[in-house]
Design a protein. Structure first.
Length: 320
């Protein structure tokens, strides 16, 4: 099966398209906007929620595509945290901090960073791939809010109908690096009513959250694991997942199957009422783990590395 890599421009940004030609699957990446997955189409139908477009993502952080959230995913309870022997006060005047509706710092500091450098591209009959690196040593604003020198090496590949995102974090300084990044793939089924989306979720325990969506430390059995989305909404953290940790969104003649392959310990499921998307969010640590520490927060020792990988299978012809 032929695979191709094509250069293009999306809303004024240089972009790369990964094509599985016979399956008519195209993933568009924008290196200069945080290596975000800006579009995923199958036979011309968009499988990602794109909201107000790339501009709304880069300028205001609006929900869009498949963004990487680093150095933390979701919320922190306060503007200060202590990790790996370092004490940090987040200052929105000096650092690219964004806030949720309750005023909590959310989704890290990397956002739509233009500092990703593409270093590898490849395409042949077996697949197509792109590799890029982010080096925190050159990003003073991020280091002010996350003073742990490191690099991120991101590899994104498409083989027939299987897409894979692999991140390797390497600690490049003399201090260990806390690991709490995650992803938000905003998935959708075009042409099918949200209420008719069929879900299969590998959920075992649900974290109890306070009114600000911060974990209380208590859990309960997951109340829902399979069935129609119907009128349900989600904004929930699941610290314990079944094996294999595969999330399925099905409808029409196919499905989207998202699997946590390596390095991701928990997940959030997010779909507000009447939203035209659902997020199955790979997370290397639970919400607020960077501030709380404990056994759930892994540290990468100086000179060591950690790899986390997840995949998305476009099965059949999802949607109509």
């Amino acid at each position: 099966m032929a695979h191709e890599l094509r250069e293009t421009v999306l809303e004024g940004h240089d972009a790369l398209e990964l094509h599985a030609v016979e399956r008519e699957i195209v993933l568009t990446l924008v290196p200069g906007a945080g290596m975000i997955g800006a579009s995923l189409t199958h036979q011309g139908r968009e499988l990602l929620h794109r909201g107000g477009g790339l501009a709304a993502w880069t300028q205001r952080g609006k929900t869009f595509g498949i963004p990487l959230l680093h150095p933390w995913a979701n919320r922190l309870e306060r503007l200060n945290y202590s990790a790996a022997g370092r004490h940090v006060l987040l200052d929105p005047e000096r650092m690219p901090v964004t806030f949720d509706g309750a005023g909590l710092p959310i989704h890290g500091l990397l956002h739509a960073s233009p500092r990703w450098k593409v270093g590898h591209t490849h395409a042949d009959g077996g697949g197509v791939s792109v590799g890029a690196r982010y080096d925190a040593a050159g990003d003073a604003a991020l280091l002010a809010g996350f003073p742990f020198p490191h690099t991120l090496d991101l590899a994104v590949s498409l083989r027939t109908d299987l897409l894979t995102w692999s991140v390797t974090l390497t600690a490049t300084g003399d201090v260990a690096v806390p690991v709490s990044f995650g992803w938000h793939p905003y998935l959708r089924l075009p042409g099918i009513r949200r209420a008719d989306w069929e879900l299969t979720l590998p959920l075992v325990r649900e974290a109890l959250l306070d009114a600000r969506s911060i974990p209380t430390g208590q859990t309960r059995p997951a109340p829902f694991t399979a069935g129609l989305l119907g009128t349900r909404s989600f904004d929930d953290l699941f610290p314990l997942l079944a094996d294999p940790p595969e999330f399925v969104l099905a409808g029409g003649d196919g499905a989207l199957r998202l699997r946590l392959e390596e390095g991701y310990q928990c997940a959030q499921v997010y779909s507000p009422p009447d939203a035209d998307f659902i997020c199955f969010e790979p997370m290397t640590a639970a919400t607020d783990a960077l501030r709380r520490g404990g056994a759930g927060l892994r540290l990468v020792a100086p000179g060591a590395e950690l790899t986390a990988r997840w995949s998305l299978l476009v099965e059949g012809r999802p949607g109509r």
